[in-house]
Design a protein around this ligand. Structure first.
Ligand SMILES: C[S@@+](CC[C@H](N)C(=O)[O-])C[C@H]1O[C@@H](n2cnc3c(N)ncnc32)[C@H](O)[C@@H]1O
Length: 259
């Protein structure tokens, strides 16, 4: 029985596709994707039928895939992977045993690597929150970004729909301090741009350019990810390594090496 693969395709750089994802893509005759994967994945897509999933309503899409599965496997390239903010759950549930989900490099993972920074750090940051102002909503009882932003939190912000000065105001209220912020625009793509600043300096660092495309009439996806928090610029206390070694690693059975 042919499968529908939901392949975590990473932020857009084909080098970040897993070996498992690459094998599933190779087996598939039809591939559903969004921009910019048609361009960046042009090589592995050669000779395959490429379709845009949002050209179809749900019932049409399901019928089409059922038909396509009669002759060969079908693939979806999922931006990042399924873990966060992915619209494919309904299809995965529908295809059930015929759906196979393949893990990929999420945007947050790629951002951490690009910034060479972990998003939690002992005694600096004890939690990382994944949020989108868009999905939080703007009702009176919706959770507020300024309540989620707080000292000790790394905020990983997807799909920002607030003008940058407004976003910064909310973050400043929450953190109560001038913490570091990074904007990662089109991560892993040829025109990638990374802006590292602080809440006080980020607006001027962007020089009037709207990295979120909020006024774009075409509603082009912005592909900008935001990371906020002290971990971005913190000094690492190297005593933590020795403390962990003594209290945890050396206690483990089978530890190899000198004490
Ligand atoms: C619908 S979410 C997809 C998230 C994805 N499922 C993941 O796990 O990383 C789309 C948002 O992810 C971020 N994003 C996706 N691709 C990106 C890229 N190449 N560079 C920077 N941000 C990106 C942007 O914030 C964008 O608004």
């Amino acid at each position: 029985m042919n499968q529908v693969y939901f392949i975590g395709a990473g932020p857009g750089d084909p080098q970040l596709l897993t070996l498992q994802g690459a094998a599933a893509l190779q087996r598939s005759a039809v591939v559903y994707l969004q921009l910019p994967y048609d361009e960046t994945f042009a090589e592995p897509l050669a000779g395959k039928q490429v379709l845009i999933p949002f050209d179809y309503d749900f019932a049409e899409l399901v019928t089409l895939i059922e038909h396509q599965l009669n002759s060969a496997p079908v693939a979806f390239l999922i931006p990042g992977d399924l873990t966060f903010y992915s619209p494919f759950q309904g299809l995965i549930n529908h295809f059930s045993d015929r759906a196979e989900v393949l893990a990929g490099v999420g945007v947050a993972n790629a951002a951490s690597a690009r910034l060479k920074t972990t998003f939690d750090l002992p005694s600096v940051c004890n939690r990382a929150l994944i949020v989108s102002p868009k999905t939080l909503g703007d009702k009176d009882d919706s959770p507020k970004l300024e309540e989620l932003a707080a000292p000790g939190v790394s905020l990983l912000i997807y799909m920002n729909n607030l003008p940058l000065p407004q976003l910064v105001d909310k973050l400043r209220k929450g953190y109560g301090a001038n913490v570091p912020i990074a904007l990662l625009h089109r991560l892993g793509l040829p025109d990638e741009k990374i802006i590292e600043a602080t809440l006080d300096s980020i607006v001027s660092a962007c020089r009037g350019y709207d990295y979120f495309y909020l006024d774009e009439p075409e509603k082009k996806p912005a592909l900008t990810f935001v990371v906020v928090g002290e971990t971005l610029r913190a000094e690492v206390d190297s005593r933590w390594w020795d403390c962990r070694r003594k209290t945890s690693w050396q206690q483990r059975k089978g530890m190899i090496g000198p004490s």
